[in-house]
Design a protein around this ligand. Structure first.
Ligand code: AMP
Ligand code: ZN
Length: 140
């Protein structure tokens, strides 16, 4: 499937939403991105940034798109936080089933946070061991 020079994955729902083939609650659109409200929001204002060109995850995302996505996240996060009088905001981005990804088209979650909300974006802190530290730092 090709539209306006963009290659779309035939069975990818976010390709269809990003490119306007399936309607969505759009809060922002430009040539390369669409931002929509999540259908199963964690909080009021939970939004998703979708690139129009398919990439399954961060590992497949072109550098230029990654850079623009973060700049867009910053802009939209500011409007959401100020406009909804949120107390904070999480940017969440899942890659792979083990990381909680359920839709395999790169997307960034913008989740406004309210002082009294029950949103759970937490983990139990472990301990950094000497062997893990050595193994990981040697990768770079
Ligand atoms: P993830 O688990 O990071 O892959 O996130 C997928 C997100 O997409 C979830 O928060 C879903 O609620 C949301 N979602 C799935 N289908 C739709 C849709 N058709 N429109 C809006 N949000 C969707
Ligand atoms: Zn896609």
């Amino acid at each position: 499937m090709e539209r306006k020079g963009l290659i779309l994955e035939t069975n990818c729902i976010f390709c269809k939403i990003a490119n306007g083939e399936i309607p969505s609650a759009t809060i922002y659109e430009d040539e390369e991105f669409r931002a929509i409200l999540d259908l199963g929001p964690a909080s009021k204002g939970h939004a998703l940034i979708l690139p129009k060109k398919h990439a399954a995850n961060l590992f497949e995302l072109p550098d230029e798109t990654a850079g623009k996505a973060m700049i867009l996240a910053k802009r939209l996060a500011k409007t959401l936080k100020e406009g909804l009088h949120a107390d904070g905001l999480n940017v969440v981005q899942n890659n792979g089933e083990a990381a909680g990804q359920t839709v395999y088209h790169f997307h960034m979650h913008l989740i406004p946070r309210y002082a009294d909300d029950t949103v759970n974006v937490t983990w139990t802190p472990g301990t950094l061991t000497e062997s893990d530290k050595a193994e990981v730092t040697e990768l770079f």
